[in-house]
Design a protein around this ligand. Structure first.
Ligand SMILES: Nc1ncnc2c1ncn2[C@@H]1O[C@H](COP(=O)(O)OP(=O)(O)OP(=O)(O)O)[C@@H](O)[C@H]1O
Ligand SMILES: [Mg+2]
Length: 270
């Protein structure tokens, strides 16, 4: 049917929230060209939960940064929710990112001297939510991640798992359709990591598309699908027959004991 001049302009399938075609990214470092992505074509359906795996340097973070509109491809096409993102300028890219994407990193990336509530309110400054509604919005999403009683704590007064929850709340405050998480459990102990996966599975069930990078093949199996990268290409893309249920797994784990190396929150008494 399609006889148009540009095959690249073919629209994506309607149920794909992320659709890439031959996506490439190269970096020039000195007189060397590094090919971080060498032609990645992936479709991710709305409401999917996908794990991205692959060796260090295989292009996982590069892919996430492109999907998250933090960076632009060197070549290829990317449709986000039907919009051809590869054609947008920097301002339009920032706007679509703010509307549709929530990003979570291994190192939390919270502002140190700033309370949980203020950290979560930050992305609202750039969005359409009127100032008088911002505090309520941030409180509601902190409550959703189980931190209603920690809103006035700074990151140093929170455990690693709690800091990651603040980061997830911040990612959710603009009501994104996609949550991108690059090694979200990499800095957490096993139990705390599974607690974060409970939250991801809940968010996914509520309709948010989740894309998560992990080095851990057990963690990957909490998702419905595993995409493996190598040398800037997708080498395997498989459904997970029976994803692990995070809540059930958590119930099997020993309760947090005193010898557990979890940094306890220091109660700030005023
Ligand atoms: N800003 C950059 N400038 C130059 N080269 C880069 C840049 N970012 C990434 N690269 C290179 O691109 C390749 C892919 O990097 P990327 O960070 O995507 O890998 P990764 O799969 O996320 O690895 P890891 O598991 O270690 O996080 C690597 O060879 C890396 O050195
Ligand atoms: Mg990486």
């Amino acid at each position: 049917m399609s006889t148009g001049p540009s095959r690249a302009a073919d629209p994506p399938e309607p149920d794909a929230v992320v659709s890439t075609a031959d996506l490439r990214k190269s970096y020039v470092v000195g007189d060397q060209e590094v090919h971080a992505l060498r032609g990645v074509s992936v479709k991710i359906a709305r409401g999917d939960f996908v794990s991205i795996m692959g060796p260090s340097g295989s292009g996982k973070s590069t892919f996430m940064n492109l999907v998250g509109c933090l960076d632009v491809p060197s070549a290829g096409q990317y449709w986000l929710d039907g919009t051809n993102v590869s054609e947008l300028d920097v301002d339009a890219l920032a706007e679509i990112r703010n509307q549709k994407i929530g990003f979570v990193f291994q190192s939390f990336n919270l502002l140190a001297r700033t309370t949980a509530l203020e950290n979560v309110m930050l992305p609202l400054v750039y969005g359409p939510v009127p100032p008088r509604e911002r505090k309520g919005r941030a409180e509601a999403v902190l409550d959703r991640v189980g931190l209603a009683s920690r809103m006035d704590h700074t990151p140093a007064q929170l455990s690693g798992g709690q800091q990651q929850r603040v980061a997830i709340a911040r990612a959710l405050v603009n009501d994104p359709s996609i949550l991108l998480a690059d090694e979200p459990t990499g800095a957490l102990d096993t139990r705390t990591g599974v607690e974060i996966l409970v939250l991801f599975q809940e968010l996914n069930r509520s309709g948010i598309t989740v894309i998560m990078v992990t080095h851990d093949s057990d963690i990957a199996r909490y998702a419905n699908r595993i995409v493996r990268f190598r040398d800037g290409r997708v080498v395997t893309d498989e459904a997970v027959a029976r994803p692990i249920d995070a809540r059930a797994r958590l119930a099997e784990l020993p309760p947090p004991g005193e010898d557990e190396p979890v940094a306890q929150a220091e109660e700030a008494s005023s």
